[in-house]
Ligand binder design. Structure first.
Ligand code: FAD
Length: 500
């Protein structure tokens, strides 16, 4: 058991100003700790940073904000109100699903959603009521588990987890599990494609994650005016308001380790910064490979990490266009003609499909701040294999870009975007890798049950003393709400040690 340590103003070093690191920074700063954040990039936010191309503002990564109440709690724990910093927009209808032969508008409104199901899948609409009746209890129990710390086996077998056990559909994938409510494969896909948020296939993603479609339908999804990157910018502001220092362009070269405990960080510029506790927000697997001197780690040594399962990657296309396309909603998901084969190509065959699924975000129809007047920025995300595939992206990039633009022309109302492109930016899995994302696996360690809860890297790191982990590669997982939760858990654990 960790002793309560002396409570003079304690120094906390945080490696990385992504959403996890910023959550911990603002909460700990508000609790009176001396917080210093070291961020290698010139901006805060990590994968949640803003990407500016010409006069167009894109979100580099996250575009769906779910479970806004977790973000609100993080701000409350930092003594602030999220609404004072951010302008939220509740999006309903939530998104459009484009199948090869029909389109479904997905809404939070239960009756309107049933009407959509009745139109697209006649006779299946009653399944929706059953889904809500049964899944609210499951959500309550499972989400309570995700809020907990799993630093030790005793923490694992806590009453909250034990009460949730009967609600965990062990041995069934989310796709199989949705068979409890819907017969049609496509309707089940409409409630399970959310596994892609975790970078997993619906046929492999554990039934545990049936909470994802429930969360969307029960609590809705949000946009933040200016883009979701505004969240990270606001968190940085709050952290600084409470006294934290955020150093940009300050890459950490290595953790300073003595007798198995982290005593601070060594910066690339040669400076040593000593700290009472150190929090790692850098991509977990990449940090283990690069920031810890060889021979120290056992459970998460580079060789052991190679045996873990990682998420897929994403091919990104950010387009600045010369007009606004008002017939496409804020979020659209286009399903491959053969979704099963496309998913197998991404996760099993590790090759590029010629029949792709993709996501399009057309934020200009909701938000005038993201593009010059009369113009729009369109963000396209294509799930593709991670870098264990060995795909040569230098070679594939131009061909794949053309294929994505052709698919947009043939599968959506946008038509051929080529004549409208003013500026563009592509990010391939190879670039994600260069940005410090292990294997370019944009959603981190996969969320298989043997890599969840106690079996995911603990927030109080089991490999090194005085070291805490936050971010998508750690417990509870890789979406924004769970990442905020990781920051809260780490801050609570540190607060407890010092009685703060
Ligand atoms: C394309 C994409 C789309 C996504 N969409 C969604 C979505 O819609 N909704 C959702 O909830 N989630 C989404 N996610 C997942 C997740 O929310 C984001 O990836 C999130 O930004 C991850 O946060 P993080 O705290 O793990 O750290 P990161 O965002 O990875 O930040 C880590 C930070 O550490 C810094 N760093 C790394 N090494 C060092 C070092 N040595 N020294 C100093 N600093 C260092 C990095 O520069 C970075 O700023 C998406 C992710 C991607 C990539």
């Amino acid at each position: 058991m960790e002793q309560t340590r002396n409570n003079a103003k304690k120094k906390i070093a945080i490696v990385g100003a992504g959403p996890g690191g910023l959550t911990a920074a603002m909460v700990l700063a508000n609790r009176g700790f001396d917080v210093e954040v070291f961020e290698k990039a010139g901006v805060v936010g990590g994968r949640n940073a803003e990407l500016t191309v010409g006069g167009f503002r894109f979100d580099l990564g996250p575009t769906f904000l779910m479970m806004k109440f977790v973000l609100d709690r993080a701000f409350e724990e930092a003594g602030e109100k999220s609404e004072d910093y951010l302008e939220f927009k509740h999006l309903d209808p939530m998104y459009r699903l484009l199948f090869p032969d029909f389109v479904m508008e997905v809404t939070e409104n239960r009756e309107a959603m049933k009407a959509q199901i009745a139109r697209c899948f006649p006779g299946e609409e009653a399944g929706l009521d059953k889904f809500f009746d049964r899944e609210s209890d499951r959500f309550r129990h499972i989400y309570a588990c995700l809020e907990k710390d799993y630093s030790s086996l005793t923490d694992f077998f806590n009453p909250i987890f034990l009460r949730a056990l009967p609600y965990i559909p062990f041995g069934r994938s989310i796709f199989q599990y949705l068979g409890n409510y819907f017969r049609s494969e496509r309707l089940r896909l409409s409630f399970t494609f959310q596994s892609k948020y975790l970078g997993m296939s619906p046929w492999e993603c554990p039934g545990f994650f049936v909470i994802l479609p429930y969360i969307e339908h029960a609590f809705g999804i949000f946009h933040v005016q200016g883009g979701l990157s505004e969240i990270s910018a606001a968190m940085a502001k709050v952290a600084e308001k409470h006294g934290a220092t955020i150093h940009l362009n300050a890459p950490v070269k290595q953790l300073l380790i003595e007798k198995g405990a982290v005593k601070g960080v060594l910066l690339e510029d040669g400076r040593e910064v000593l700290a009472d506790e150190t929090i790692l927000n850098a991509d977990f697997a990449h940090a283990m490979e690069t920031l810890v001197p060889p021979g120290i780690l056992k459970k998460y040594s580079p060789a052991k990490l190679k045996q873990k399962k990682f998420s897929c990657s994403t091919f990104m296309l950010y387009l600045g266009l010369d007009k606004i396309f008002d017939d496409l909603p804020h979020h659209s998901i286009v399903f491959a003609r053969d979704y099963h084969k496309n998913t197998d190509d991404i996760f099993r065959n590790l090759k590029l499909s010629d029949d792709i699924s993709f996501y399009i975000r057309n934020s200009s129809i909701t938000d005038p701040r993201v593009a010059p007047e009369g113009k729009s920025g369109i963000y396209i995300l294509v799930p593709v294999p991670n870098n264990s595939s060995g795909i040569d992206w230098e070679k594939e990039k131009p061909r794949f870009r053309e294929m994505v633009l052709d698919a947009i022309a043939s599968r959506t109302t946008l038509g051929d975007l080529r004549p409208h492109i003013e500026v563009e930016r592509v990010i391939t899995p190879a670039e994600w890798g260069e940005r410090g994302v292990y294997l370019g696996a944009t959603f981190n360690l996969a969320h298989s049950m043997n890599q969840m809860l106690y079996f995911r890297p603990h927030n109080k790191f089991e490999g090194l003393d005085r070291c805490y982990l936050v971010g998508g590669g750690t417990h509870p997982g890789s979406g924004l709400p769970t990442i905020y939760q990781s920051g809260l858990i780490a801050a609570h654990l540190i607060g407890k040690i010092y009685g703060q």
